[in-house]
Design a protein around this ligand. Sequence first.
Ligand code: HEC
Length: 184
Amino acid sequence: VLTFSHMRRTALILAAIFAAALCALAADGDRPVPFPANYREWVFLSSGLGMNYGPLAARADETPRFDNVFVSPAAYQAFLKTGQWADKTMFVLEVRSSESKGSINIGGHYQAGLAGIEAEVKDRGQWTFYSFDDGVAEGKPFPRTASCYACHSANGAVDNTFVQFYPTLLPVAKAKGTFHLSAR
Ligand code: HEC
């Protein structure tokens, strides 16, 4: 016979399971990501000089900054075959200041000190953006309201990413038909 106390106990157990599942879901998207210390051995996509679109841009009184883009090697190989970013794809955006006067150099700019490291990870179809403070072991996720999400999803030519600026991947995306023509 199902008594009232049975029912109450069952309801309590169900509520506890439900709460635990909600916690797991909520924690998932906001999990920190380990710093990929070997990202300099990943595939180099491009280097922008003095590009101006986000918070890590140089101030008007500073020399232009370089941003170096790296992607995890397996994701790069998969992209060559499909024109799409597979799950667990990770990007690193390394921002560096520039200098013009040094050694034998008399013109142009070369890369200097680190100004910031940001990252982007695709997990179960969803992208999350991270920042890495100097020397930390884990990256903090940016909240979903941060400017990263809106700009990347509106203007990235392939699945949230700026393939329009990566010269070796642009022709791949066009050939595979994954390049969004509406991207600016
Ligand atoms: C106004 C638009 C804009 C905003 C806001 C923005 N980005 Fe980007 N992001 C870009 C562009 C343009 C590139 C291409 C850089 C290049 O070609 O060197 C880029 C590239 C990247 C990449 C390399 C992978 C890719 O998607 O192509 C990462 C990682 C990245 N941004 C992280 C961030 C993070 C983290 C934030 C938020 C703090 C952010 N971005 C905010 C425009 C934006």
